[in-house]
Design a protein around this ligand. Structure first.
Ligand code: BGC
Length: 507
C-alpha cells in the first residue's frame, strides 16, 4: 500500500505510508476492544436467562415470573446489578496498574497481561458453581478490561500516522461494537440451551482472549514507548518499519525530543495537577462522564430488558438487540471515515443534536403511553425501537469512539499513560455508576430517565462547542503549540505555565 501521508495544519509534516504491518498491528491490538464489547453485551443477555437467574439470583427469578406486574421495575436488584458492574470497578482500579506497566514495560506487555486476566476471568465466570467464582471471574475480566483499554487506544494513537490517527484509533471502538454484536448473537442462541447456555455465553470471551494473547507476539512495541525507555535504536527501526519509509529522522527527532522532556518529569501525577495539563485532563475526564451519560450503556446493557419492557417477548428482545448491535457496528464505519475529514468537533456536535432528539422522542412516547402495568401498542413499540436504533447510530460515530480517541491523542508523553489512565478509570467509574444505578433509576424515574439523559446531552453538546478544540491532523506530540495555545479558553493555562517557566529560569 503506498498512500503517502503528511500531517496538516500548523503541525510538522512527517512522511509516512499506510503499511500492511500497521494494519495488522491495529487489528490485533483492537481485539482487546472486542473482548471489552463482548463483556458489555453478554451481561444483559445472561442476566435475562432463567437458568442463570435460578442458579444465582432465585429472588429475581421469582419476581421475573410476575413481571407483568410492573413494566419498569422487573429486575431491580442490587446484586444482579453488581454482577454486571463489578467488572467496571475492577477495571477502574486496574487502569492505574496498567498505566505503570505501560510506562515501565511498554504497551505490548500490558496487552499481554490483559489477555491473561481475560483467560482466567473467563474460566472462573463460565465455570462458576457459586456466587464467589462468578464475581471473582467478573473482577478478573475487569482487570483485563482495565489493562486492555489502557494499552490499546494508546498503542493505536502512537503507531498511527497523524493524518490517519482518528480512523485507526476508532478501529478499537469498531471492535467494541463487534464484540457487543457477537455477544448479542451468542446470547440469542445460548438462551435456548438448557440449563447451561449461560456458561457458553460467558465462556465465549475466551476465543478473542486467545487471539489477543497469541496475536500480541506478532505486533511491535510503539516507537514512543521504546524511545521513552531508552531503546532508541530499536525505536527508530520500528518507526521505519511502521511508516514504510527510510527517512523518519524528523519524526524520530520529535519523539526523542518529547521523551527527553518527559524524562525531566519525575512525578507525572503531580505534573497532571499543573495548569498546562488542565486542558487534556479536564477534557479527557469529562468526555468519559459525558460518554456514559449519553445513556448508551443504559440502552446496551439492558437492551433485552428494555425491549421486553416495551412489550416484545423473550426472543424478540434478544433479536432486537442484534438489530441495534448491527447498527452500532455499521455506524462506527461512518466515524472511521469522517473523523479525519470533518474532524472530531463536527461529529460531537452533530450527534449531540441527533441523540437529544431521539432520547426526547423515546421519553415522550413512554411517558404518554407506557404505564406501570400496561403494554405499548405495536406501532408505538416499533417507533421506540426505531428511535433507539437512530440514537445508537449517532453515538456510534461520535461520543463512543471519540471518548477513547481524544484522551489518547492529547496528553504529552510525560503524562500520557497517567493522564489516559485517569480517563479510562473515569470511564469505568461512570460505566459502573450507570450499570449499578440504571435499573433502580428506571424503576424510580420510569420514562423520566430519558429526559434525564436528554438534559446531559444538552450539557455535553455545549461543552463540545466551547471547550473541545479540533485535533484532526495534528501530530500527537504537537498538541500544546497547535491546539492549546491558540484556543480561546485553554490558552490561559499555557500562558500561566510559560510565565512560571520564565520566573524559574530568571530566579
Ligand atoms: C463505551 C462503552 C459502550 C460502547 C458502545 C464505548 O465507547 O465506552 O461504554 O458500551 O461504546 O458501543
Amino acid at each position: 500500500m503506498a498512500v503517502v501521508i503528511s500531517s496538516s495544519g500548523n503541525s510538522p509534516a512527517f512522511e509516512a505510508k499506510m503499511t500492511i504491518y500497521v494494519f495488522i498491528c491495529v487489528i490485533i491490538a483492537a481485539v482487546g476492544g472486542l473482548i471489552f464489547g463482548y463483556d458489555i453485551g453478554i451481561s444483559g443477555g445472561v442476566t435475562a436467562m432463567d437458568d442463570f437467574l435460578k442458579e444465582f439470583f432465585p429472588v429475581v427469578y421469582e419476581r421475573k415470573k410476575h413481571a407483568h406486574e410492573n413494566n419498569y421495575c422487573k429486575y431491580d436488584n442490587q446484586f444482579l446489578q453488581l454482577f454486571t458492574s463489578s467488572l467496571y470497578l475492577a477495571a477502574l482500579v486496574a487502569s492505574f496498574f496498567a498505566s505503570a506497566t505501560c510506562s515501565k514495560l511498554g504497551r505490548k506487555p500490558t496487552m499481554q497481561f490483559a489477555s491473561i486476566f481475560f483467560l482466567f476471568g473467563v474460566g472462573l465466570a463460565a465455570g462458576a458453581v457459586n456466587m464467589y467464582m462468578l464475581i471473582i471471574g467478573r473482577i478478573l475480566l475487569g482487570f483485563g478490561v482495565g489493562f486492555g483499554n489502557q494499552a490499546v487506544p494508546l498503542f493505536l494513537s502512537e503507531i498511527a500516522p497523524a493524518k490517519l490517527r482518528g480512523g485507526l484509533n476508532i478501529v478499537f471502538q469498531l471492535m467494541v461494537t463487534i464484540g457487543i454484536l457477537i455477544a448479542n448473537i451468542v446470547n440469542y442462541f445460548t438462551s435456548s440451551i438448557h440449563p447451561y447456555g449461560w456458561r457458553f455465553a460467558l465462556g465465549g470471551a475466551g476465543v478473542p482472549a486467545l487471539i489477543l494473547l497469541f496475536g500480541s507476539f506478532l505486533i511491535c512495541e510503539t516507537p514512543t514507548s521504546l524511545i521513552e525507555r531508552n531503546k532508541t535504536e530499536q525505536g527508530k527501526e520500528t518507526l521505519k518499519k511502521i511508516r514504510g519509509v527510510e527517512d523518519v529522522d524528523e519524526e524520530y527527532e520529535s519523539i526523542v525530543h518529547a521523551c527527553d522532556f518527559a524524562r525531566q518529569v519525575k512525578d507525572p501525577y503531580r505534573k497532571l495537577l499543573k495548569p498546562a495539563s488542565r486542558p487534556p485532563l479536564v477534557i479527557g475526564m469529562l468526555l468519559q462522564l459525558f460518554q456514559q451519560f449519553t445513556g448508551i450503556n443504559a440502552i446496551i446493557f439492558y437492551a433485552p430488558v428494555l425491549f421486553q419492557t416495551v412489550g416484545f417477548g423473550n426472543d424478540a428482545a434478544l433479536l432486537s438487540a442484534v438489530v441495534t448491535g448491527t447498527i452500532n457496528v455499521l455506524s462506527t464505519f461512518v466515524g472511521i471515515y469522517l473523523v479525519d475529514k470533518t474532524g472530531r468537533r463536527f461529529l460531537l456536535l452533530q450527534s449531540s443534536v441527533h441523540m437529544l432528539v431521539c432520547q426526547l422522542v423515546i421519553g415522550i412516547i413512554l411517558a404518554k403511553d407506557l404505564d406501570v402495568t400496561g403494554t405499548l401498542g405495536r406501532a408505538e413499540a416499533l417507533v421506540v425501537v426505531i428511535f433507539v436504533c437512530v440514537y445508537v447510530m449517532g453515538f456510534a460515530w461520535s461520543w463512543g469512539p471519540l471518548g477513547w480517541l481524544i484522551p489518547s491523542e492529547t496528553f504529552p508523553v510525560e503524562t500520557r499513560t497517567e493522564g489516559f489512565a485517569l480517563a479510562v478509570s473515569c470511564n469505568m467509574f461512570f460505566t459502573f455508576v450507570i450499570a449499578q444505578a440504571f435499573l433502580s433509576m428506571l424503576c424510580g424515574m420510569k420514562s423520566g430517565i430519558f429526559f434525564f439523559f436528554s438534559a446531559w446531552i444538552v450539557v455535553m453538546g455545549l461543552f463540545a462547542l466551547f471547550f473541545v478544540p479540533e485535533t484532526k491532523g495534528v501530530s500527537i506530540d504537537d498538541m500544546r503549540d497547535s491546539v492549546w495555545k491558540p484556543h480561546w479558553y485553554w490558552k490561559r493555562f499555557m500562558l500561566q505555565e510559560d510565565e512560571h517557566d520564565v520566573e524559574k529560569r530568571t530566579a
